[in-house]
Design a binder for this molecule. Structure first.
Ligand SMILES: [Zn+2]
Length: 490
């Protein structure tokens, strides 16, 4: 099991990993461009030039079309598509969700995928859409579970088998399903039926679905967010522990004249300028691109370049320990993504266990940063500071502080900590000079907690006049409260 997926770097819930398949190793997080076996906007063999390491196609479409099926069975899937790297195949579950039925059984489509040499095989699960009645979600989940158990017995080859996690918009069902599948030892875990949530920008619920599923799975298993192909939400999903995405979006959006960026989508018709320097945007102006005969193909190419550029940025951010800074930037591109960010941090206590103990300098990017796992961790570790005698708490050095037994630095959104630790992570954080309400809330309540933990010490708190917060009054009850202005005059 562990040999199939190896985690090399981590930040928050995100990771850089290596996924081993029969056709080679894939570095994650990554996106699998969706290849339509019938129509190809861009040929599979060209996909590597954009940064693709693995593709995904639909085995049900191949199975149903005689001329495709014959070639696939005789020469194999890789020969059919003209791509010698890893290829994942979907089973027809998507068609099942759209048309209500498919003309194939679970065993038939599993056997077919195995025969044509798919690298990651997907069983025919039931993709239960969001918002259905709990009973329906539960019943369909039971059918999915039976089919996945059958699939696990059926596929015993070196090919990887995916175990999709379903459960609609019920976090409890998602977590239950995931922990059941964990015991069946699948190699990859797709999170299914999330496309309707993404299409309607329900990012907060998407976050809950991902978090619940992840909580049920082993943290060392690779997770595929099935149907997620827009780069603007990749960073958020990666921070929650998603490793694989698949993009039909590059082609579907191109067909529709839509131009993808990591901060959203433009209609080519409305673009005066091309805000990108990929080979397409470097060569064409917006006007020329609109008039180009192969406009759709060119747009598809740009969309792929933009998609993989974001993946590379995410990977660099993980290396630098700056993934959450990137998530906070991206989630400001749309108010519904901001809902997603806020929901992400309601899971900070869970995320904290994966977040490295030391990493790149913490940057405060907005009120949500006050709820980051690092801040939460600091609050949990306050008992490590034992303070006795007289202690002064200030943001920066003040006259006469050496007369105190202990000097503590106050820094929002953390709180008060020994001044000698100022250069140590996370206290070397880059924070605004004027903390906002949220940063003051966490830092002042942590300071109160520190005072309560050390009842024997005598605290003096040097308060900045900008600190307007109801907890200041509370501090005043536990410490000698002096405003900096007044202190200077003493
Ligand atoms: Zn471009």
């Amino acid at each position: 099991m562990s040999a199939i997926f190896e985690i090399l770097d981590k930040d928050a819930g995100g990771r850089i990993g290596k996924l081993r398949t029969p056709h080679g190793v894939v570095e994650t997080p990554t996106v699998m461009p969706v290849i339509n076996p019938n129509i190809q906007l861009i040929s599979p063999k060209e996909m590597r030039s954009f940064g693709a390491e693995i593709l995904i196609t639909n085995s049900y479409i191949i199975y149903r079309k005689e001329e495709l099926r014959t070639v696939a069975l005789e020469k194999g899937l890789h020969e059919l598509l003209g791509f010698d790297g890893p290829i994942m195949t979907d089973s027809g579950s998507f068609q099942l969700s759209v048309y209500g039925s498919v003309e194939v059984t679970n065993e038939e489509i599993l056997g077919f995928q195995e025969k044509i040499g798919s690298d990651i095989i997907v069983p025919l699960d039931i993709p239960t859409p969001p918002d259905v009645h709990f009973r329906r979600a539960e019943e369909e989940l039971a059918t999915t579970a039976e089919r996945l158990e059958a699939a696990r017995k059926f596929i015993q080859s070196k090919q990887l088998l995916a175990g999709p996690v379903q459960g609609s918009t019920y976090p409890e069902l998602r977590e239950k399903a995931a922990s059941h599948l964990k015991d069946l030892n699948f190699e990859v875990y797709p999170l299914g039926a999330v496309v309707p949530l993404m299409e309607s920008y329900r990012y907060a619920e998407l976050v809950d679905v991902i978090a619940a599923s992840k909580k049920g799975l082993s943290p060392t298993s690779p997770v595929h967010l099935f149907g997620a192909g827009h780069p603007m939400m990749f960073a958020l999903a990666v921070a929650l522990g998603c490793d694989l995405f698949d993009s039909a979006a590059y082609a579907l959006y191109a067909k529709d004249g839509r131009y993808i960026t990591s901060n959203g989508t433009y209609h080519l018709e409305k673009l005066n300028y091309l805000p990108c320097s990929c080979p397409v945007c470097f060569r064409y102006t917006a006007e020329e691109l609109r008039k180009a005969k192969n406009k759709e193909e060119l747009l598809g190419r740009h969309n792929l370049y933009a998609t993989f550029a974001e993946i590379r940025l995410i990977k660099q951010s993980i290396k630098d320990g700056k993934l959450l800074e990137l998530v906070e930037q991206r989630c400001r591109a749309h108010p519904k993504l901001l809902d997603g960010l806020k929901r992400l941090y309601t899971h900070s206590a869970w995320l904290e266990q994966f977040d490295p103990a030391t990493k790149g300098t913490y940057f405060y990017c907005g009120p949500e940063s006050a709820s980051r796992p690092e801040v939460l961790r600091f609050g949990k570790r306050l008992e490590r500071f034992s303070i006795e005698g007289s202690a002064i708490i200030r943001t920066s050095p003040v006259k006469g502080e050496k007369d105190y037994d202990r000097i503590l630095t106050f820094k929002a959104p953390f709180g008060a900590f020994p001044a000698e630790m100022e250069e140590v992570y996370p206290f070397n954080a880059e924070v605004p000079k004027f903390p906002d309400y949220e940063a003051l809330s966490t830092s002042l309540s942590n300071t109160i907690k520190l005072m309560d933990l050390n009842p024997g010490a005598e605290f003096t708190f040097i308060c900045e006049k900008e600190f307007q917060h109801p907890l200041i009054e509370e501090i005043g009850k536990k410490a000698k409260l002096v405003y900096r202005e007044a202190w200077k005059k003493e």
